[in-house]
Each structure stands twice: as C-alpha cells, then as structure tokens.
Design a protein around this ligand. Sequence first.
Ligand code: NAD
Ligand code: MG
Length: 346
Amino acid sequence: MDTLVVHGHNRKSVITVGERPLHAGDCLPQERICVVTDARVHQLYPGFFESCDPVVIGTGEQIKTLDTVALIYEKLLEQEADRAIFLIGVGGGVVCDIAGFAAATYLRGVRFGFVPTTLLSQVDAAVGGKNGVNFKGFKNKIGTITQPDFVWCDPSFFHTLPTREIRSGLAEVVKQALIADISLFEYIETAVQDILSLETAAMRRLVLDCLRIKAGVVSRDETEQGERRKLNFGHTVGHAVEQLSGLAHGEAVSVGMAVATALSVRLGLLPAAALTRILTLLRQLHLPVALPAPADKIIAALGQDKKREGDALHFVLLDALGHAVVREIRLTELHTLLLDIFKETF
Ligand code: NAD
Ligand code: MG
C-alpha cells in the first residue's frame, strides 16, 4: 500500500494505491455515505456495492450532463442528506467528474472520495480536483476545482477493461512520463510486454509514478496558472484530431504527442532521435501516430481550441525526454510550422 498527498488551496487529498477495500462502504466506516457508480461498473462488480444502495448512472460521455447531476441531487434530497453526507464515486473519469461536481455543489459543498476503475481515471481524471460536466455540446464547460478527500486506486480493476480503454489510458501514462519523468519513460520502453499484458507490478508502477507526477504538479499549481498546463502535452492537436476522427481521447492524444514532439524538433528544442524513440514506443503500445484527418482541417480546428488566448495558443513542447516547456505560439506561426511538419513527418 502506498499513499500520496495532493495539497489543494483549502483541502488535502490522500491518494492510496493498493488493493481496494471489500465493499465501497468500507472506504469510510461510520459516516453517512452516498455511492455513485455507472451501470457497467455496477454490473461487473456487484459484490463491491453489497453494503450500500448506490446511485447508478448510465455510461458514456453523453451522460456527463447537468441532468445526471440533478439525478444525484434528487437522491441526496430523498435520503435527506445533510452536510455530513460523504459522496463516493466508483467508476471511470465520467463518474468521477460527475460525482465530484455534485458533491462540490450540493449544499455548497460536501465531502467526497473516489474509487477510480479505469486506467485513465487512476492516472489522470480522479486526481487533481477538476470536476464538471459538458454543456450544450461543449466539453467540461461547467465545473469546479475541489479536491476529493481520498482517491483509492486499485490496478486490479484494469482486468475487466476493454483493450481500447487500456490503450487510451496508456497514452496519458506516456504523456506524464514525457513531461516529467525520463526514468518512467525508460521503464515503459523496457516493459512494453508486461504492460500490455497488465502484469500487476508493472501496472502498479505506472499508476504510482503517474500519480506522483500529477500530485506534484497539482500541489504546485492547482488552478492552472503555469505548470499545470504541461499536463496538456499532446492535447492541443489531440483535441482537434479527436473532434475530426473516430479516435478515442487517448488515441488522439497519442497523435497529438507525435505532432508536438515533431514541433519541438522543428523548433530546435529536441534532437530528432528523441522523436524516433517516442514514435517507436507509441507504436509498440498500439497507439496511432499518423494524422487521421487532412492537415488543413486539423489546423482549422486548432483555432477553435478552448485554451486559445487571443491569436495565440499556449503550446506544450519538450526540451528533453522527461521535461516539458510551455511556449506561446501565434496561430499564424503555428499554421506555417505545422504545414512544414505535416509535409516532412506525417
Ligand atoms: P469512462 O468513465 O467513460 O469509462 C470508460 C468505459 O469503461 C465506460 O463505459 C465505463 O462504464 C467502463 N468501465 C469503467 N471501469 C471499468 C472496469 N474496471 N472494467 C470494465 N469497464 C469499465 O471514461 P474514462 O476514460 O475513465 O474517463 C474519461 C472522462 O474523464 C472524460 O469525460 C474526461 O473529460 C474525464 N477526464 C477528467 C479529468 C479531470 O482532471 N477531471 C482528466 C482526464 C479526463
Ligand atoms: Mg486527456
């Protein structure tokens, strides 16, 4: 069992990596709890919900709405939940984002914790305090930054995940390694087969190392004024690619990381050999690196990026394997640079 702490502005969050408790209710004895999960997780792990009567929401990104949050508020009202209530979200990033937002807003905020069940939610979504829902087709438009009291990560949940969900999560793992930890990157290079077969020690190491990285970044910059932006490595082009193709989020981030690395090489920040190494690893993990949509469409979609500020974007680049830098690049300049790269590399 390993524990880590995220220091938020008004609350600390304790993260545990290890075997989960027997039942969701055992996460927090004594207190009045309300467990939120999704239909898939509920069906796969019935024993985990034995001692509680969970709020079961549907599955998928399309249920990340205010209507689903309202459903949780209604259940809380039904059970006459007061400020002593403690919400526990058990599921992937969708459950964590919704349950966290419901908890952060019900009665102006009650305490909550997560048992994340996907690779992506253990290494990314459950940690850091961001929560929220989509609104009118815009992703994560409504939300808060509120730290959960606890996050309990048990990698044995991964065994029931579809392969594509695993790969999607692995893209975020590679991202964390690339922005902050060369030794994690080197470890992944040597352990590809163990990772793809979900070997326990390998998955545990990935989760723990990623959590250390994210907990550190968030503790230093909870509200994304600077360093937290580095977590968006691969996401600028990734989001554009995700919108334009049928790729899953992590797959699109993989393409985005390939492009951002090529851009780092083009700007003279990184040797070309590093690009080759990254592309090789992504391919070994069965992640895509080629553009799945025409270059001009991708460039046009970049102009719609929500992190855009005026006519510039904060673009995350690498100046070494395991080290990221954020550069403000004007959209016109980015356009020219990307056209070059798309011609040469992709
Ligand atoms: P998800 O929650 O939709 O889970 C993916 C699928 O896997 C779902 O169908 C789910 O029912 C199923 N599932 C969950 N656990 C399972 C298990 N152990 N075995 C089998 N199936 C299981 O998606 P996700 O990839 O976990 O998370 C994506 C969401 O996370 C997005 O909405 C994204 O915006 C959000 N996110 C948030 C943050 C943040 O900082 N708050 C960061 C990254 C992503
Ligand atoms: Mg992401």
